[in-house]
Design a protein around this ligand. Structure first.
Ligand code: C2E
Ligand code: CA
Ligand code: CA
Length: 531
């Protein structure tokens, strides 16, 4: 089981280690690629605009030359000139001459058919009339753009407007500025095309990049498909493979190191529990309006053989996950009772709070151990408070019945780290609780402008609504104390009053504090006796 878990951790570590560098490189190269694609597209649109311009201007020049010729219309010399210009003008497929609204001759010769002058779709700034989709009799019959100036016209293959060298994924189109399409290379998204014809813009949709360029005569559009992030991972060069392998190795080694460390921590902790090497510290809990020390929270400490201290935040989770927590809790209960028995018997108003782990709360096992240990000690169950975090409420039914049992036995039950979890008011109402410990993160926020700051007040209100008394954790400053007193929070604990103390230090602290503040308390409760 342990072995399977270690292997699973190593595989997971290797996968994460391999994926992380690849995904990071992919992400940045994708971002870069996006930028490059957009720039390419903008330049393609600019070049298309130039191309359209040249194609049109070339044709126009030819038409001007023809209109100025003194040659007799459709004479052999005129036909020859038309032929020569049709061949020498790169964009021209055919040149024609109209008279009284009818085509009289073309660069191919005289026409005998009765072809009328085309009805223009658009007139350019130069006064040329454009007609789209004209199908000449000669040629392969594909639609042409007719440009007519004066009595001559010129047929241009619209493809000439968009034959620009660009990335094969880029699709181009040219239109007149009022949105009439002149030529297009089968744009992938016709809806996008109609949108751009109406309103030229540069940007992207979910699937395509687009860019437009415009002058007074033409509008050029360039569209290319967007590469998704996933695709860009797929397109990464094989050169990244070594990086992935190194990442995988590091990930696997990291996971192995962690699980070894965890294992050795677990083994060491098991030895410490067995050899009873853990000890307890006690952090005083102060009644805020009188200053009297009403008890303490017990905090477990692990001092390793080499003298280093391990923080409970680190080893409690290890104990919970490796099945050591029951033995640890038993050990804690033992230590607390041994350390505090005399004090608790001497001062019946004092209490000690014990932290329960999530498992202890769900199973109710710790309560049985505690009850058995209290037998014959003279300590009243009311003097032992139990602190449970919201993590212990995952098995809500188990938690409800064991907390109820604890209260029946006479203990006071507090919810610890309150506000850190997700408990709703409604949910808390269903749990048998006496007190609420406001997590120190909320106390820290008092008087600051952090986002947490207004929450503190709500939490205090919530406790009052639930009819619970409150203990503020981590009180460090007198400003925090003043706020808590003003909000009538009953108890507080923190460095302002005292750091966690050894058992003997706490006993001394408690007595000293009782002498110092106990009198004041008596006077407060009994105002006449002070006189
Ligand atoms: P917790 O129950 O919230 O305990 C309060 C923690 O806040 C303690 O840390 C305490 O030393 C620290 N603290 C007290 N006053 C101040 C202050 O003014 N400022 C700041 N910054 N910190 C303050 P510690 O002793 O390291 O305990 C950490 C956690 O370990 C505890 O949090 C509790 O969840 C767990 N733990 C401690 N002892 C036990 C135990 O015996 N059993 C179980 N199951 N868990 C324990
Ligand atoms: Ca606690
Ligand atoms: Ca806390």
């Amino acid at each position: 089981m342990k072995r399977a878990r270690t292997i699973a951790a190593i595989v997971l570590g290797a996968l994460i280690g391999a994926a992380l560098p690849v995904i990071t490189v992919a992400y940045f190269s994708w971002l870069r690629q996006q930028e490059v694609e957009q720039n390419n597209l903008e330049s393609a649109a600019e070049r298309t605009l130039l191309r359209a311009h040249r194609a049109y201007e070339g044709g126009l020049q030819t038409l001007r030359t023809l209109n100025q010729t003194p040659l007799s219309p459709c004479s052999p010399e005129h036909l020859q000139l038309m032929r020569n210009l049709a061949v020498s003008t790169r964009t021209a497929e055919q040149v024609g001459y109209f008279e009284r609204g009818r085509l009289r001759c073309t660069s191919w010769g005289l026409t005998d058919s009765d072809i009328p002058e085309p009805i223009p779709d658009h007139t350019t700034a130069d006064g040329a009339a454009l007609t789209f989709g004209v199908r000449p009799q000669a040629g392969d019959g594909s639609p042409m753009l007719a440009v007519q100036l004066g009595k001559h016209d010129l047929l241009i293959d619209p493809g000439r407007f968009v034959d620009v060298i660009a990335d094969p994924n880029v699709r181009l189109a040219v239109a007149t500025p009022d949105g009439r399409l002149v030529a297009q290379q089968a744009l992938p998204d016709q809806e996008l095309l109609s949108r751009l014809l109406r309103k030229p813009a540069t940007g992207h949709t979910a699937h395509n990049w687009y860019a437009t360029a415009q002058d007074h005569e033409w509008l050029a559009i360039a569209v290319s498909p967007r590469t998704g992030f996933i695709d860009s991972v797929g397109r990464l060069p094989w050169a990244l493979l070594p990086l992935a392998v190194v990442g995988a190795l590091l990930g696997a080694l990291g996971a192995l190191w962690l699980s070894r460390r965890r294992q050795s921590l677990r083994n060491e902790l098991a030895t410490a529990v067995r050899r009873r090497e853990l000890s307890m510290q006690y952090q005083p809990i102060i009644e805020l309006d009188t200053g009297v020390c009403v008890g303490a929270e017990s905090l477990v400490r692990w001092c390793r053989a080499d003298g280093t201290q391990v923080k409970p935040d680190l080893f409690i989770p290890v104990a919970e996950q490796t099945g050591l927590i029951d033995a640890l809790t038993d050990h804690v209960i033992d230590l607390v009772i041994n350390d505090m028995r005399d004090l608790l018997v001497r001062d019946r108003s004092a209490h000690i709070a014990i932290n329960l782990s999530a498992g202890d709360v769900g199973s109710g096992r710790a309560l049985k151990v505690l009850s058995a240990k209290l037998q014959g000690t003279g300590i009243h169950p009311q003097q032992i408070w139990l602190e449970a975090t919201e993590r212990g409420f995952i098995d809500i039914e188990g938690a409800r019945s064991s907390l109820a049992a604890a209260r029946r036995a006479g203990h006071c039950v507090a919810i610890d780290d309150f506000g850190v979890g997700y408990s709703s008011l409604q949910y808390l109402q269903t749990l048998p609780l006496d007190a609420l410990k406001i997590d120190k993160s909320f106390i820290e926020a008092i008087g600051t402008h952090s986002a947490t700051s207004p929450v503190t007040s709500h939490i205090i209100d919530m406790a009052k609504t639930l009819g619970l008394f409150t203990v503020a954790e981590g009180v460090e400053t007198s400003a925090q104390l003043a706020y808590l007193q003003a909000r009538q929070v009953e108890f507080g604990q923190g460095w302002l009053f005292s750091r966690p103390l050894s058992s003997s230090e706490f006993i001394t602290y408690h007595e000293k504090r009782l002498k110092q503040y106990g009198k004041a308390k008596e006077n407060m409760q009994n105002p006449n006796s002070a006189m």
